[in-house]
Design a protein around this ligand. Structure first.
Ligand code: ATP
Ligand code: MG
Length: 379
């Protein structure tokens, strides 16, 4: 067959896009095809930066052109990564989406202290290193830790004028935009609010803020399955939730409840997967040694049991705790095992977000019909 744009496009129709049931031409992944004598240039748009998917796509394109058009064609594949978004159908979104924010990912656990904030901070840094625009909403009204983890605890958001309205400008560090109730309280002041007040404060952080364009907004949730969770899901169409657990039984039991909350029929927020934090202890001086002090692969087994994706594991290492305490998330350090672990997990989160956006309609925000926690129905 001769090398022509039409023949190349027909050949590319043999490649299917995973999870979508469409070929790569139909799905719009093939951006452009240029042919000149025996040369073929294929421009492709992918929504995942995962290296193995890029490599596989490139190999599939070259193979299919060689097999179906010309075995001697010189094929060049240019892959551009774009944020995993789908044009959202406004009729399906009944909540109040924030304009410019493509994906909202909630980070939850059941039990406290298992590492939600640490995971949120390092996911944000890693997503940003991959080229995504990222914001964090610290929704832990009663124990906000993101300002400390980003070394911005003393900052106060300024107000900016957006279209004639005053909005809070998120504090920015390491390229991440951050808003937290912690910016508005004194360090030694306990926040004692009833649910509705806390929900109101959170709504202001969400809607009265100039977040700008974000590929990902990560929400660091408080522990448990309470008021704040419901009010967040009521205010925002959450793209998906990530559940963090340590391998020990008490944490797993609570993680199970966390997953169940998102999967509850009337809430129905897709669970992107489970992360095993503090999977094993590794002393700095013996980096190859692994001590499974909280048990082994508990979160991995839970994800299999609940049939939700397993996103990977993070070891318990002193430097992760220290990095959080001094306000420089560990993933900022390059060429470390920790960076590697967060990279692997972040790629999986992006991949699951892509799959979720491809296969499911946008999440609807829920309407609480009775006292929070008792019942919830879709608007
Ligand atoms: N993988 C890890 N290695 C070492 N220390 C860790 C790790 N993950 C979390 N920590 C430390 O454990 C403590 C609790 O973590 P973090 O604050 O992230 O948990 P959390 O789930 O957000 O807690 P809370 O429920 O109070 O919001 C912190 O001091 C943090 O630095
Ligand atoms: Mg926390």
């Amino acid at each position: 067959m001769n090398i022509s744009k039409q023949n190349i496009l027909s050949a590319l129709e043999n490649i299917t896009v995973s999870g979508e049931g469409k070929n790569m031409v139909e799905s719009g992944a093939v951006h452009n095809v240029v042919t000149f004598a025996d040369e073929v240039i294929v421009d492709v748009k992918l929504s995942t930066p995962a290296l193995h998917i890029k490599k596989r796509t490139e190999a599939d394109i070259i193979k299919t052109i060689h097999e179906n058009v010309d075995p001697n064609a010189k094929v060049q594949v240019n892959i551009k990564v774009e944020a995993p978004t789908k044009p959202q159908n406004p009729n399906l979104i009944k909540g109040k989406p924030i304009p410019g924010i493509q994906n909202i990912v909630a980070v939850a656990s059941g039990k406290g202290g298992v590492g939600k904030s640490t995971v949120t901070a390092n996911l944000a840094i890693t997503l940003s290193k991959m080229g995504f625009k990222v914001g964090i909403l610290d929704a832990d009204i009663y124990g906000p830790s993101i300002p400390i983890m980003f070394d911005v605890a003393m900052e106060k958001p300024l107000s900016v004028n957006v279209g004639g309205k005053s909005k809070m400008r998120p504090i920015e560090n390491y390229g991440i935009k951050i808003l937290s109730i912690g910016f508005f309280t004194q360090p030694n002041q306990a926040v004692i609010w009833r649910g509705p007040m806390a929900a109101k404060a959170l709504n202001q952080l969400i809607f009265d803020a100039a977040w700008g364009e974000l590929d990902f907004m990560l929400i660091d949730l408080p522990p448990g399955t309470g008021d704040i969770h419901l009010s967040i899901m009521q205010s925002l169409p959450i793209t998906g939730a990530v559940v963090v657990s340590t391998p020990q039984n008490v944490a797993l039991a609570d993680a199970r409840k966390g997953v169940a909350m998102f999967q509850q029929e009337n809430i129905d927020v897709p669970v992107l997967g489970i992360i095993e934090n503090m999977a094993y202890f590794t002393p700095a001086e013996l980096p190859e040694n692994k001590y499974y002090i909280f048990g082994k692969e508990g979160a991995k087994n839970l994800s299999e049991d609940l049939n939700v994706p397993y996103l990977g594991e993070i070891p318990l290492v002193q430097s992760i705790r220290e990095a959080g305490d001094v306000g420089r998330p560990a993933a900022l350090q390059t060429a470390t095992k920790t960076e590697e672990a967060f990279e692997a997990i972040t790629k999986n989160v992006v991949q699951q977000t892509v799959l979720r956006n491809e296969n499911l309609p946008p999440t609807e925000a829920i309407k609480i019909t009775t006292m929070a926690g008792c019942s919830a129905v879709k608007k």
